[in-house]
Write a protein of this length. Sequence first.
Length: 346
Amino acid sequence: MDRRRFIGGAAVAAALPLIGMQGALAATHKQLLAAGLNKGDMVGLVSPSSASSERLSLQLAREAMEALGFVVKTGAHYDARHGHLAGTDAERAGDLNAMFGDKQVKAIICVRGGSGAARLLPLLDYDRIRANPKVLLGYSDITALHCAIQAKTGLITFHGQIGAGSWNRFNVDQFDRLFFKRELMHYQNRSEPDDELVPRENRTLTLRGGKARGELVGGNLTVLTALAGSPYLPDFSGKILFLEDVAEAPYRIDRMFSTLKLMGALDKIAGFIFGECTDCSPGDGYGSLTLDQIFDDYIVPLKIPAYRGAMIGHIKEQFIVPVGGKVEMDADAGTFRLLEPVLSGA
């Protein structure tokens, strides 16, 4: 899952000539809601990014959807391979466009992330997506799809567990409450008593206290910043930015926050939520900034409500976050809650 081979140094280079332009380039669209889901609905499994290394992953994704109560339809190329990708760009984009156009399919679940979803963005049929709003679920590299679809159509999509990921009790409960029961979710980290005097697991840390309201934008930090300067980023004005990442040394995290600052995104947001940065230890060398120092440099001076440690990211138990959903965040409590339905019929 080494996205850096795909992204290289192009993200920053592409951003610099277009500093601050993402808000002007991203179209403004009325918010679109997909319909809530029911047992017996048909869901589509697609692979918009990397190929699955083992057939068992594809089988597990199908079985997980069936165990949730769905009928499963697979994309024509969901098990294909083109280099590290799950088929050519045209094949992968074609599978997504076909699923959005299929009236029987009620939700689209991404088998996995990896890299390559950004290659599809010019090939997606945004008019078809706008005319057929559906649940789209996935995270990591799927951030590219969440950003582009939000920018181009206004459709709320969902940053959460992939088809081949862990469908443990916590993740199934998230799915059930959000998609079947249509709850106005309150996102608070799970905490269970253990043998520690002070709990250490799933802790949040307030960067700056207070409450803020706005629509959620964000996802994987590396994937999001690689879209800098393109028309596939939503406007950040007044939004709550949520981010996560994996296997990125702090100096690269610092560089990506610098990009967000230079392009004007950070100065526009109303609130900030950081999930987990899994396996983000410093490498060898003369030393490293810590994540605390990076947040002190880029986030604290914004004087907006901000906290870190939300259950978002490359972790076993994770929130399903509606990209585009309107929330109120409480940085002191380390929570956020939906203010409006994110599915039609809720």
